[in-house]
Design a protein around this ligand. Structure first.
Ligand code: FRU
Length: 487
């Protein structure tokens, strides 16, 4: 069998063109989300607003929908809406990254953006190590690896080879690098290095939190401040599901509290799963030149096969979301710029009395809904999406159970069913509910009550099926809905 640790430089003649051709024919490919032309995408990397342009890098394996030799692929945009594909930014050709250029973040320093990543190294006996590396993006768009890579060789004492995903920031003239790690006793942790120049690093210690016994590995850590509070986001692996929470193979949480950089003590006041959907992992945030805290995430899960795999491409990134805090609740809003995607609006208004009504019987599955339900006097109400004679995806508000559910049980094409076909979150019935939904071929993002609860998921409608939108109520509810086709 051919190695999955081949770089793109080792492609056979015509091989990449063929993959691109196969992927292009797939009608599940999104229209306005970032996705790979072929091969597998996973985590967003190196997010940075630099020199007036948004740069998004992402984990990418070229040769099919599997997790092999990871490169950093690269797209950029002037406005977070129109994206241009650029040449691969980081190809793992060196000894210190022999098994892939893994995830990491970026900062701007002087006239360059510094990209931090993990050089993944695997050994024949099955063990592994990790090196932390740097590359420079200049204003001409050229990416060059740091000549003295790796900036950090190996892992500190007390940790396994699972140390990765550097997130760097500057505070009081010192640079800090946060890494996801696994302790030798196989529990997850976050560790910190510090540096005067972002290139030479010394180990500072482990972040102390009350989150003990919280999985066996913490991946893709992020750290930022909102409203003077400290927020960590990370992807712990090995968390048991409970109630509405942690139903995917791996999950993502944010934790709000106060972080003391000197002692590395993080007093956690509150934590919660960041997205309640089926397909969401390894998000990353950055601050843009307008001072907004923005986030992209991988719409996918590790160790899960997807229906589109047969077309030789896999996964996508979420829409860019602007983050804010309301108390300790993280609010996620699709960035304002996305309104540029809209065609003319169609308005639908009315009242449902224990009935179902079509808003549209056959959309092209690339649209946005921005709506309100009000005057609620129903046990259940909601939307039926990807609706046809044979299929449906339900977004149900349940006033008796006080929960909101996204249910993809009604789709013919199923996957990852061992993790269940319904996701839910607590919801307290109030006077009205705002719902904003983005559908993009095989992607759905649902933002409830201004982004207080978000569901991100893949939905794979049968290729020949029409994709209707219905509203339903068991009881009575009024609605006011704007529909926009998106380009
Ligand atoms: C998360 C992750 C990261 C790692 C990367 C490898 O999805 O496992 O921890 O850097 O993917 O592709």
């Amino acid at each position: 069998m051919e190695s999955t640790y081949r770089t793109i430089l080792q492609a056979r003649s015509g091989e990449l063109e063929k993959l691109k051709e196969m992927a292009k024919k797939d009608s599940w490919q999104p229209i306005y989300h970032i996705y790979p032309e072929y091969g597998l995408m996973n985590d967003p990397n190196g997010l940075v607003h630099f020199n007036g342009e948004y740069h998004v890098f992402y984990q990418w394996y070229p040769y099919g929908p599997i997790h092999g030799m990871k490169h950093w692929a690269h797209v950029k945009s002037p406005d977070l809406v129109n994206w241009e594909r650029l040449p691969v930014a980081i190809t793992p050709t060196e000894e210190y990254e022999s098994h892939g250029a893994y995830s990491g973040g970026a900062i701007v320093k002087e006239d360059k953006a510094l990209l931090f990543y993990t050089g993944n190294v695997k050994y024949e006996d099955g063990s592994r190590s990790a090196n932390q590396c740097v590359a420079f993006l200049d204003k001409g768009g050229i990416v060059e690896k740091y000549a003295d890579n790796p900036a950090v060789r190996g892992v500190p004492n007390g940790y396994t080879g699972h140390v990765r995903d550097p997130k760097v920031w500057k505070e009081n003239d010192t640079y800090y690098m946060l890494l996801g790690a696994q302790r030798e006793n196989e529990t997850g942790a976050l560790i910190v290095y510090e540096s005067p120049d972002a290139l030479s690093w010394t180990f500072k210690g482990e972040v102390k939190t009350k989150l003990k016994d919280f999985g066996y590995m913490w991946e893709c850590p992020d750290y930022f401040k909102l409203d003077g509070k400290d927020i960590f986001v990370f992807s712990p692996q090995g968390i048991q599901s409970e109630g509405h929470n942690y139903h995917n193979i791996y999950n993502v949480i944010y934790a709000v509290g106060s972080f003391d950089l000197d002692t590395l003590t993080f007093d956690v006041d509150y934590y919660r799963e960041i997205d309640k959907g089926f397909d969401f992992y390894a998000p990353q945030t950055f601050e843009d030149e307008h001072g907004r805290r923005l986030m992209f995430s991988w719409i996918g899960n590790p160790d899960v096969t997807y229906p589109s795999d047969e077309h030789q491409w896999a996964h996508a990134l979420t829409l860019p979301r602007e983050l804010a805090l309301d108390g300790n609740e993280l609010i996620q809003k699709p960035v304002e710029e996305l309104k540029k995607l809209r065609d003319a609006a169609a308005n639908f208004r009315g009242k449902l009395e224990s009935e179902t009504t079509y808003i549209d019987e056959a959309t092209n599955n690339a649209y946005e809904i921005d709506m309100t339900f009000k005057d609620i006097n129903a046990n259940e109400f909601g939307l039926e999406l990807f609706s046809s004679k044979e299929e449906s995806t339900l977004l149900t508000f349940d006033t008796l159970k006080q929960e909101v559910r996204l249910d993809r049980e009604g789709m013919k094409i199923q996957y990852a069913t061992e993790y269940g076909t319904v996701r839910s979150e607590a919801w307290t019935p109030t006077e009205k509910v705002d719902v904003r939904i983005f559908v993009d071929k095989s992607i759905i993002e649902v933002y409830i009550n201004g982004g207080r609860t978000v569901f991100t998921a893949r939905i794979f409608p049968q290729k020949e099926s029409k994709a209707g939108i219905k509203l339903f109520a068991h009881g009575s509810v009024a609605y006011d809905l704007e529909y926009y086709g998106l380009r």
